[in-house]
Each structure stands twice: as structure tokens, then as C-alpha cells.
Write a protein that binds this ligand. Structure first.
Ligand code: SAM
Length: 238
């Protein structure tokens, strides 16, 4: 099976159907607020990333990895970052182009697979960011990708990745539910990812100041278990 093509078609379909929140571009109002300095990037279904998690964003080079959908990329661009949005789905990237045209923002979009970041030069980004990507990839691809992100970051650069926490930090009940659902619902790498020691992967790749920050999100939406989705952001510096 060609997993990349399967994944691309699935996300293109989500864009066409328009119901999935992560395919819906940010509004004019939100971009206008960002231009006035009211910057917020939504991290979970209802929680924004605290502004102070990010470096000063004006003029920095940001790679939004697997972040198509017209959400985070336009927000970073609105506060003056040089943004590259990289995604496997042309439909998702179109949403970023749509917002960029609508708001006269400059955003570069690149279609590709996160397993191959060789098109980007060494030390070309200050910040590399992903949300809910890592569980889509087999552990060996995650390891190679984190090493590649280290290559792509400038010295002192930051990388941040949002995911659900590993099974070791979850109740046995939630871990069982997630494992069962994902096993039977087309998420072949979920189990392996949630058993991975992610901080160790960053350490091996040469990162420093590795930290995991919890962001609780009460939710009854899709993907929520027992009405609660505790998310975790893994952050590290080069
Ligand atoms: C949950 S969405 C994330 C986008 C969204 N802007 C957000 O706020 O979370 C997951 C995205 O990852 C992309 N994706 C999944 N696997 C990928 C891969 N191997 N390489 C690049 N992009 C990938 C999908 O096309 C989709 O746009």
C-alpha cells in the first residue's frame, strides 16, 4: 500500500468536505488581530500556544511541518515571520495559499513527505513546528526526521511538536481505548509512536534543553477520549 498517497487522498477529501476543523482557514478577523499584535496559534481544540513559548517572530524563518490547512502558517506570517508551510496534501496547502492571497501575506508552500526534508538547506530555519504529525510516521522515520530538523535549524533554533502523550503517561483505560480504536481505524503507527521515548530521540539527534509541556484540553470533539484530551508539546533547542 502507498501510505503517502492514501494519506494525501484522505486529507484532500477532508478539505473538500469542509467539516474537519484542521482544514478550515483562519478568518480575516483573526489575521487582523494578529497584525495588531494579538497573536495566538491554536494548539488543541480550544487552547492557544502561550505566546512566550515562541521566540520573537518578526523576521524569523519558520517551517510549519505537516501544518497545511490555512491556520498556523498565516498567523506566523501575519506577525512578520518568513513562513514555509510543508504538507503532503495539495488541498491543505491550497488553504494556506487562499489565506495568503486574501490577506496579502507572503507564505511559501511546499508539497512533500515529512520523511524527506532534503530539499531544505542546512541551518535555514529558526523554528520548526508540527502539530499531530508524529503518530502518522513509523519510529525510524521519526528518528530520521528529528535528525533532519536538527540539520535544518540555525544554532539556537527551536523545534516544537504537539502530540498526545505516550502510553506511560496515560491511564491504562485511555491507552487501551486509543490503542483499540487506532488499530482498527487506519492508524498503523499509533501504537509504536505512543511507546517511543521521544525526548531520547531528540537527545540522540543532538538537541539541548529538551522539555515536555502539558496542555490540558477538555473536549468532547472527535479524537477525545473520556471527554478529555491531554496534549503534550515536546520542545528542544539546537
Ligand atoms: C491534523 S492536520 C495538521 C494541520 C493543522 N494545520 C493543525 O493545526 O494541526 C495533519 C496534517 O499533516 C499532514 N501530513 C500527514 N502526514 C504527513 C507526512 N508524512 N508528510 C507531510 N505532511 C503530512 C496532512 O496532510 C495534514 O494536513
Amino acid at each position: 500500500m502507498d501510505i503517502r498517497a492514501y494519506n494525501r487522498d484522505a486529507w484532500n477529501k477532508e478539505v473538500n468536505e469542509g467539516d474537519n476543523r484542521w482544514t478550515q482557514p483562519v478568518s480575516r478577523e483573526i489575521i487582523a488581530k494578529a497584525k495588531q499584535g494579538e497573536f495566538s496559534v491554536v494548539l488543541t481544540e480550544n487552547i492557544s500556544v502561550p505566546k512566550n513559548w515562541f521566540p520573537a517572530l518578526k523576521g524569523v524563518d519558520v517551517l510549519c511541518l505537516a501544518s497545511g490547512g490555512g491556520q498556523q502558517g498565516p498567523m506566523f506570517a501575519a506577525v512578520g515571520a518568513h513562513v514555509t508551510v510543508f504538507d503532503n496534501s495539495p488541498g491543505q496547502l491550497k488553504q494556506d495559499q487562499l489565506v495568503a492571497e486574501r490577506e496579502a501575506l507572503s507564505i511559501q508552500t511546499v508539497e512533500g513527505d515529512a520523511a524527506d526534508l532534503s530539499m531544505f538547506a542546512d541551518e535555514s530555519f529558526d523554528l520548526v513546528f508540527s502539530t499531530i504529525l508524529l503518530h502518522e510516521l513509523p519510529p525510524v522515520v521519526i528518528q530520521n526526521m528529528i535528525a533532519e530538523i536538527h540539520r535544518l535549524l540555525k544554532p539556537g533554533g527551536l523545534t516544537a511538536h504537539l502530540n498526545l502523550p505516550p502510553y506511560s503517561q496515560m491511564s491504562a483505560y485511555n491507552a487501551f481505548l486509543m490503542n483499540w480504536e487506532t488499530h482498527n481505524n487506519g492508524e498503523p503507527y499509533w501504537h509504536a509512536f505512543h511507546k517511543l521515548d521521544l525526548p531520547a530521540v531528540f537527545r540522540v539527534a543532538g538537541f539541548k534543553k529538551i522539555r515536555e509541556v502539558a496542555a490540558e484540553s477538555k473536549s468532547t470533539g472527535r479524537g477525545a477520549y473520556s471527554g478529555q484530551s491531554p496534549y503534550l508539546v515536546t520542545m528542544a533547542e539546537k
